[in-house]
Design a protein around this ligand. Structure first.
Ligand code: NA7
Length: 292
């Protein structure tokens, strides 16, 4: 039975930890704000007071934190509890540039790293239905396959070398789609509203036709229902637009939509919607956001 340390129990890390517990693993959790980790005690998790305490003796360490700096800090402060040969699944979205920095950190501590971000937000995380986009050595896979199977419905092993950033590169491409789509849905509904047309008529026209999708339904339901409970926050989506833009620029690929989506998230965040679902990009269409 594996012992898994989960560093970060936010919207994603908490349900992932629950699914690991459900599959019979021993799970230790750590979160900067401990209050967010404590509810996991009733699911059977051990709440650790520090990253070092969480990782001590763990077979697998999962990082599910907001960005590369937070991951770097958490693993650095875990150092007293780390031992050579531990497997580290880095599952946060950190961007291509950060992967090599984290690979160096893993090397310094003798950790076997997998670059393994996930596709999917809170609900797929709750359902154990994430898609894991993984790169890492064969040696790590025996330990990681059951862990990934507990949190996801599919694992794509993309490369033997975590430092290739193959998982993160694929994540950049897929999250770019989700983020741009959200802005597209929001702008369409906002335009209807601004033109004095009931935005629900947009939903009715799209539903069941060639432009329909599960994604359109989810984001339009959020906006039309005024329910911005986060699946993925505006704050994290804005971070991702910067990571995607950087990755595109480094590869010589022009990405216009994601830059525009980033501007919208920054306006939404400035208007107080940072902790809401990224569908709150809707409010960025209005000079007075409350007009939305
Ligand atoms: P959340 O729900 O915003 O959670 C973010 C987590 O990262 C949460 O545990 C935070 O702790 C933690 N965090 C943020 N900054 C730091 C620093 N500086 N140090 C330590 N811990 C930190 O995000 P999601 O769960 O939706 O997403 C996690 C990742 O997956 C992210 O990369 C997404 O893009 C995809 P807190 O509770 O605020 O103390």
């Amino acid at each position: 039975m594996s012992v898994v340390a989960v560093l970060g129990t936010g919207l994603m890390g908490a349900p992932m930890a629950r699914n690991l517990l459900k599959s019979g693993m021993t799970v230790r959790v750590w979160n900067r704000t401990q209050a967010k980790a404590l509810p996991l005690e009733s699911d059977g998790a051990v709440v650790a007071g520090s990253p070092a305490e969480a990782v001590e003796g763990a077979d697998v360490i999962i990082t599910m934190l907001s960005d590369g700096d937070a991951v770097h800090d958490a693993i650095t402060s875990a150092a007293p509890g780390l031992r050579t040969g531990q497997v580290w699944a880095q599952m946060s979205t950190v961007g291509v540039a950060a992967v090599s920095r984290l690979a160096e950190l893993a090397g310094r501590h003798g950790l076997v790293l997998a670059d393994a971000p996930v596709q999917g937000t809170r609900q797929p995380a709750e359902q154990g239905a994430l898609i894991v986009l993984a790169a890492g050595p064969q040696a790590a896979r025996q330990a990681l396959d059951p862990v990934f199977a507990a949190v996801g419905r599919r694992t794509l092993w993309l490369d033997d070398d975590a430092a290739s950033g193959a998982g993160t590169k694929l994540k950049m491409a897929t999250v770019s789609y989700g983020i741009s789509m959200t802005a597209v849905v929001a702008e369409s509904l906002a335009l209807a509203k601004g033109l004095g047309v009931d935005p629900d008529l947009v939903r009715q026209v799209v539903t069941g036709g060639p432009m329909d999708s599960v994604y359109f339904q989810a984001k339009s339901a959020s906006i039309l229902g005024g329910d911005f409970t986060p699946s993925f926050t505006v704050h994290n989506a804005e971070k991702d637009t910067r990571l995607i833009t950087e990755a595109g620029a480094a590869a010589g690929v022009r990405l216009d939509l994601v830059a525009a989506a980033g501007d919208r998230f920054r306006r939404a965040e400035a208007a107080g919607h940072g902790d809401e679902d990224m569908s709150a990009t809707y409010f960025a269409s209005f000079d007075q956001p409350e007009a939305g």
